[in-house]
Design a protein around this ligand. Structure first.
Ligand SMILES: [Zn+2]
Length: 669
C-alpha cells in the first residue's frame, strides 16, 4: 500500500469498472449501482447455486488446486505430501473402483443396525444374545463419524475458557433446520414432500421391498427429534446451550438408560467426565425414545442416517440421488464435475497438506504483513470507537477495551502444519474416507482435558471465508479470503479497506461485540461484563437492527428473520463503519490518489465493500438461506448496511431522505 502510483485507472484500484451500472442511481439502490453491470449479464453456472465475487475466487482456487492434485497424483513418489494428497485424490477420482465396491463400505454399519432388537417386545426381559440394543448400534455409528440423534465435540468450557471439556449437542436431522419438519412457510411443504420421496428412493437403492414404510419411519423419527430440538434463534444465547452436567449427571439423572461409559470408551475418550450438554431434556427424551420406539423404526432411522451421510462417497446412483435434495434446496441444476467434488474432499480431509502449495503460490511475499497492517488499523478504529461511545459507561468501556486488546488474529495460514498420520491407498477410496474421518474425530476428541490451542485453525488456507471464535476471542483470515477482488497488494488502499478491512476484518472483529459474542469476556468466559444501563442501550440498538432487516424480503413472500441474522448484520454494519474510520485515520499525511476517473477515494471505499457482495443467487438458495442461514442475502448485505453508514450520504451526495440516506439509522457499533 505504500508505493502508490500518483495516478491510477479505476481498474488498477481493484474496483471492477464493468460491474458498475452507471444508469442506476447510487442514492436509490446502491447494490444496483455497484453490481448492476455484473448481475445484468451474469449467468449462474448450472453446477453452482450462486455466482459472483466470492465464487470467482472459489473457482480460481479450485482450478489451481486441481492442477496441484493432478500433478501430485501423477508424481512418482518421493515427496510425502504429494504422495498423500495425490493418493487421496486418485482414489476419489477412481469412479470404477467406487462403483465396484457397491455398498460394501457401509455394510458393517448396516449389519450393526440390523441386529437391533425390538425394545417394545422384550421390555426389561433379556433379548437373544445375537441381538443388540439401539444404543449399541448408535455407539458403533458414532465411533465411525455418523451423528444419529446427537454429536460430540470438544468445547471450551464457557465458565472456564482455559479448560477443554466434552460437549454433546443435538443432531440427526437431514433437512437444514427443524422448521422444515414443522412449519409451512414458503416452499417448506414442497421441500418436505420431496425429502420424503427422496428417503424412499434411497431405501429403494438399497434393494428394500418396503421402502415406503421405512421412509415413513425415518421421517417420523426425524420429525419427533425436530420437535425436541432447540431452534437457532434460541441457540444464539450461549446460556441456552451450555449445561455442565458431568458424566454422573448423564448416567444418574438425565439419561441413565443410555450406556454412556461404553459410548465414551468406544469413541476413544474413556476417562472423560467433564461434559456439557446443550439441553438436558433432549437427552432424557432421546433415551425414552430408544425404549418406546419399535425396533423396526429405530433400524430405519439409523439406516437412513448412514445412507444420508455416506451417499456421496458411494457409486453414481447414490450420488445422483443425494444430489436431488441439493437441487431442491439450492436450485443448483447439475452435479458439479467429479474433479471439483474430489478437490473439495481433499481440502476437507487433508486441508493443511493441500493448503501448503496454495499459500506458496497465492499468499507469498508481503501479503501477510499487509493483511496484518490492515487488521491493526481496523482494531485501532474500534478502540477509538469504544473510547468515545456516549452510551457506554466507564466500567463497561474498560472491559470492552480489554476484550479488544486481547483479541488475537490468525492471518493467512497456520504457523505449523497439521499432520495426517493415517494410511492412504490409491485403490480404496472408502478406506481413505474412513481413516480420515476417524483421524479427525480422534484429533478433535483428543483436545478434551488438554490446554486450549489458540493456533488450531477451523478453516483451511484456500477457504474464501473468515471467522471469529468467541471462546478464543480470536479472528482468523484464511489466505483464500485475502485475494483479488477483495484484497491486492497494488490496490488503492480505500479498496482494501472497504472490502477486506470492512467486509472481512471489521466484520469478524465486530462479532466479538455482537448479540452473541458480547456475552463472552476477554478470556472467552461466558460472563456478564456489561452494566445494566449500557446493556439496555445495547439491546435497544440491536432491536433496531432486528426490526430493520425483518422488513427485507429474500424472495417474494419470504422475509428475512431479523433475530436469526442479527449477529451477522451487526457485524456487517459495524465492520464497514469502523474500517471507514480506520481508512480516514490511515490516509492522514499520506499521498493517496483522492480522485480516480471521477470517483473520490471515499466513493471507492463504499464501492469496494459493495462489489465484494456482487452476486447472483438462485431463488431456491435465497429461500433456504432465509429459513436457516444467519447471513442476509448479498443485496441486503449491501443496502442494509449502506443505509446506516454516516459517511455514505456525503460521499455520494445523496440528499437526506433518499432511500440510501434515509436519516433514521440503526447501528450498534
Ligand atoms: Zn460473520
Amino acid at each position: 500500500m505504500e508505493k502508490l502510483p500518483p495516478t491510477m485507472s479505476l481498474s488498477q484500484t481493484g474496483i471492477v469498472p464493468t460491474w458498475i451500472d452507471k444508469g442506476a442511481d447510487p442514492c436509490q439502490d446502491f447494490f444496483a449501482y455497484a453490481c448492476g453491470g455484473f448481475t445484468k449479464d451474469a449467468q449462474i453456472p448450472p453446477d453452482r447455486s450462486s455466482w459472483g465475487a466470492i465464487q470467482l475466487v472459489v473457482k480460481d482456487n479450485e482450478e489451481f488446486l486441481k492442477k496441484v492434485l493432478e500433478d501430485a497424483a501423477a508424481s512418482k513418489g518421493g515427496d510425502p505430501v504429494a504422495e498423500k494428497i495425490g493418493g487421496y485424490y486418485a482414489a476419489c477420482m477412481d469412479e470404477d473402483g467406487i462403483e465396484k465396491a457397491g455398498t460394501t463400505p457401509i455394510q458393517p454399519y448396516l449389519d450393526a443396525i440390523a441386529k437391533i432388537y425390538d425394545p417394545v417386545k422384550y421390555g426389561s426381559a433379556k433379548p437373544p444374545a445375537v441381538e443388540t440394543s439401539a444404543a449399541n448400534a448408535i455407539i458403533t455409528l458414532q465411533a465411525a463419524g455418523y451423528t444419529p440423534f446427537f454429536s460430540i465435540e470438544p468445547q471450551q468450557d464457557f465458565a472456564d475458557a482455559t479448560q477443554v471439556i466434552a460437549g454433546l449437542d443435538q443432531a440427526g436431522l437431514g433437512l437444514p433446520d427443524k422448521k422444515y419438519y414443522l412449519d409451512s412457510k414458503g416452499t417448506m411443504p414442497k421441500t418436505r414432500a420431496a425429502y420424503q420421496a427422496h428417503i424412499e428412493r434411497m431405501f429403494g437403492l438399497l434393494g428394500s421391498k418396503t421402502a415406503k414404510a421405512q421412509a415413513q419411519n425415518a421421517f417420523r423419527i426425524e420429525t419427533a427429534l425436530a420437535k425436541l430440538q432447540q431452534d437457532q434463534v434460541f441457540r444464539r444465547d450461549p446460556h441456552n446451550i451450555y449445561h455442565r452436567v458431568e458424566l454422573d449427571g448423564l448416567t444418574k439423572k438425565i439419561a441413565p438408560s443410555f450406556p454412556w461409559a461404553d459410548y465414551l470408551k468406544t469413541i476413544g475418550i474413556p476417562n472423560v467426565t467433564a461434559i456439557s450438554v446443550n439441553d438436558p431434556k433432549y437427552y432424557t427424551a432421546v433415551a425414552a425414545m430408544l425404549k418406546k420406539e419399535s425396533g423396526a423404526a429405530l433400524r430405519d432411522y439409523l439406516t437412513w442416517t448412514v445412507l444420508r451421510q455416506s451417499a456421496n462417497d458411494l457409486g453414481k446412483a447414490w450420488v445422483d440421488e443425494s444430489f436431488t435434495m441439493q437441487k431442491e434446496l439450492s436450485g443448483v441444476k447439475e452435479l458439479p464435475p467429479r474433479w471439483r467434488r474430489c478437490v473439495q474432499r481433499v481440502d476437507a480431509d487433508l486441508g493443511e497438506l493441500l493448503g501448503q502449495s496454495y499459500v506458496k503460490a497465492r499468499f507469498a511475499g508481503d501479503s501477510k504483513s499487509r493483511a496484518v497492517d490492515l487488521t491493526k488499523a481496523v482494531l485501532g478504529a474500534m478502540r477509538v470507537e469504544i473510547e468515545h461511545l456516549p452510551w457506554m459507561d466507564d466500567a463497561t468501556r474498560a472491559a470492552a477495551k480489554t476484550k479488544l486488546d486481547k483479541m488475537a488474529y490468525l492471518v493467512g495460514y497456520p504457523e505449523t502444519w497439521r499432520k495426517y498420520e493415517f494410511e492412504i491407498t490409491r485403490t480404496d477410496y472408502a478406506k481413505n474416507v474412513r481413516a480420515a474421518t476417524r483421524w479427525e474425530l480422534q484429533r478433535q476428541l483428543g483436545k478434551i482435558g488438554k490446554p486450549v490451542d489458540r493456533f488450531d485453525w477451523q478453516m483451511t488456507p484456500p477457504t474464501v471465508n473468515a471467522y471469529y471464535d468467541p471462546t478464543l476471542n480470536e479472528i482468523a483470515l484464511p489466505a483464500g479470503q485475502l485475494q483479488a477482488p477483495f484484497f491486492g497488494a497494488t490496490f488503492h488502499p480505500a479498496v482494501n479497506f472497504g472490502s477486506t478491512g470492512g467486509g472481512t476484518i471489521g466484520h469478524e472483529m465486530t462479532h466479538g461485540f455482537d448479540d452473541e459474542g458480547s456475552q463472552f469476556d476477554a478470556s472467552g468466559n461466558l460472563r456478564d461484563w456489561w452494566s445494566a444501563s449500557t446493556k439496555k442501550q445495547f439491546a435497544d440498538a440491536t432491536k433496531c437492527v432486528v426490526d430493520q432487516y425483518s422488513q427485507y424480503e429474500a424472495v417474494p413472500g419470504v422475509k428475512l428473520d431479523g433475530k436469526l441474522t442479527a449477529g451477522e448484520n451487526i457485524a456487517d454494519n459495524g465492520g464497514v463503519k469502523l474500517a471507514y474510520e480506520a481508512y480516514k485515520t490511515w490516509r492522514e499525511g499520506k499521498s493517496v490518489p483522492r480522485q480516480v476517473e471521477g470517483y473520490s477515494d471515499d466513493q471507492l471505499y463504499y464501492l469496494a465493500y459493495a462489489q465484494s457482495w456482487c452476486e447472483k443467487v438462485t431463488p431456491e438458495l435465497l429461500e433456504t438461506m432465509a429459513h436457516s442461514n444467519p447471513h442476509s442475502p448479498p443485496m441486503w448485505r449491501v443496502n442494509g448496511v449502506i443505509v446506516n453508514q454516516p459517511g455514505f450520504g456525503a460521499a455520494f451526495s445523496c440528499k437526506a431522505g433518499t432511500p440510501m440516506n434515509p436519516g433514521k439509522t440503526c447501528g450498534v457499533w
